[in-house]
Design a protein around this ligand. Structure first.
Ligand code: SAH
Ligand code: SF4
Ligand code: F3S
Length: 455
């Protein structure tokens, strides 16, 4: 029998990284690696990193410094993800005790990299001899991933699209994730079918530009399907009651996708549609290739199709050249849309992106001020959205355990977190909760109904 080896994975960044970490664990399980909670004493440590803003990147180097004291002859230390892709050689130089650096497109080759690192470790004399795999291979990793080995619970992520060809002038993703790629419909369908058989009731379809999805058609049809059609196909799977998707780009919100929110009951009434800025001048400088007007038209149409749809967005404040007037335009757009939730960031100049070289960089203190004003407004809207749910009965999928005994957490269709006190038998089930209290970040109330077991 194989003795168990311990694998510690730390995940930074977006949901795609969370999905990738799960798949790395799946790949390594047949080699005898079992997941563990701490890096101390682990045989293999993987940092699955994010490069999106400077802070995310710095975190990796400080965590490497923290792990270094535990690093012994037995431990293999790997840096995966977007920092690995962007800074491979630099990591090897700054942290020569790292054994493997790999990018997001090569993790299906991990077993081979580990074997090489193990062989090399004995011979390795100095720095710079580690394993570096940051190319964009011609084969797709999706064709080389094993079936899922670990249980996913009642909710799961499924990557359906990866990469980005849009080149917003602030963003590193096109460089770290490479060109757009869509998985064939059948391969996604098979993965979701396995997940639902294992008890998954809700899936979130992932992609850097998930609504640019155009995968090879299934069922003997020729051509490609878009995201709307893919979701209609997945919705036929028994047991799958909720479908979400992220992250979308305004330019790819086509009619079929918008209509899916009206026509497919499993498609949740929630959309994360980043706009970044409410000023046409700044949208142009960001190379977003859409206007404020176009974004607002999409929102209006979605609300016609699905009156209760909840909206979310990402915002960047302090992009180069952003004036007080541009910033006001962003606040104005937010007041116009009324968001259920949103993420907002200070612009972080990234090496190798056009934005970093632009004139009129905005001073840090102005960015800080603008972010505070913007977040106040967004928080108020989130609070108002949550407060409006008090008195309603909402379906909640209880997929997480709370910190306290007997406490369970789940999401409403609108992606709000709900806490309930309940017996353990509700875990993983869809329940109706009568919302009695709302705060900025969560809702709570008694369970009034538990779903019947699905056949
Ligand atoms: N593909 C998605 C978002 C990917 S990155 C889209 O097109 O919207 C997630 C978010 O991080 C972005 O929406 C943006 O708001 C933020 N972001 C990306 N690069 C950034 C930078 N250099 N500085 C600050 N925020 C950034
Ligand atoms: Fe980045 Fe823009 Fe691509 Fe989104 S669409 S990943 S923000 S370049
Ligand atoms: Fe970060 Fe890469 Fe995701 S840069 S946000 S982990 S695509």
């Amino acid at each position: 029998m194989m003795t168990a080896k311990h694998l510690y994975i730390k995940t930074y960044g977006c949901q795609m990284n969370v999905y990738d970490s799960g798949r790395m664990a799946d790949i390594l399980q047949p080699l005898g690696y079992e997941l563990t909670e701490t890096p101390e004493g682990a045989d293999l440590v993987i940092l699955n990193t994010c490069h999106i803003r400077e802070k995310a990147e710095e975190k990796v180097y400080s965590d490497l410094g923290r792990i270094r004291p535990f690093k012994n002859d037995k431990m293999i230390l790997a840096v995966a993800g977007c920092v690995g892709q962007a800074e491979g050689a630099e990591i090897m130089r700054r942290a020569p005790y790292v054994d493997i650096v790999l990018g997001p497109q090569t993790y299906h080759r991990l077993p081979e990299m580990i074997a090489r690192a193990e062989r090399g470790r004995d011979k390795r004399k100095g720095p710079g001899r580690g394993v570096l795999e940051v190319d964009f291979p011609v084969e797709s990793k999706f064709d080389h991933l094993p079936e899922e080995r670990y249980e996913r619970g009642s909710t799961a992520y499924v990557a359906i699209q990866e990469g980005c060809d849009k080149f917003c002038t602030f963003c590193v993703v096109p460089y770290t994730r490479g060109a757009e790629y869509s998985r064939p419909v059948q391969s996604i369908y098979d993965e979701v079918a396995r997940l639902t058989l294992g008890g998954v009731k809700e899936i979130t379809l992932l992609g850097q530009n998930v609504n640019a999805y155009h995968g090879r058609a299934a069922g003997g049809q020729t051509g490609e399907w878009g995201l709307g059609k893919l979701m209609a196909h997945l919705a036929t799977l028994t047991g799958l009651t909720r479908i979400r998707y992220m992250t979308s780009h305004p330019r790819d919100m086509d009619e079929e996708l918008m209509a899916a929110h009206r026509d497919i009951p499993a498609v949740m009434p929630f959309l994360h549609l980043p706009v970044q800025s409410g000023s046409d001048r700044i949208l142009d400088a960001m190379n977003r290739k859409h206007t404020r007007g176009h974004y607002l038209e999409i929102i209006e149409k979605l609300r016609q199709y699905r009156g209760d749809i909840a909206l979310s967005s990402d915002f960047i404040v302090g992009f180069p050249g952003e004036t007080e007037r541009d910033f006001e335009d962003t606040l104005d757009l937010i007041r116009d849309v009324q968001y259920a939730q949103a993420y907002s960031f200070k612009y972080s100049p990234r090496h190798g992106t056009p934005g970093a070289l632009m004139d009129k960089q905005v001073p840090e203190d102005i960015k800080t001020e603008r972010l505070a004003v913007l977040q106040d407004l967004l928080n108020m809207q989130q609070q108002a959205f949550n407060a409006a749910c008090v008195g309603q009965t909402l379906p909640v999928l209880l997929d997480r355990k709370g910190k306290k005994e007997g406490q369970y957490l789940g999401k409403t269709p609108y992606l709000q977190s709900v806490y309930v006190e309940a017996p353990a038998s509700v875990f993983g089930r869809l329940v109706d909760v009568k919302i009695e209290k709302a705060s900025a970040n969560s809702l709570t109330g008694p369970i009034v109904k538990v779903e019947a077991f699905l056949q």
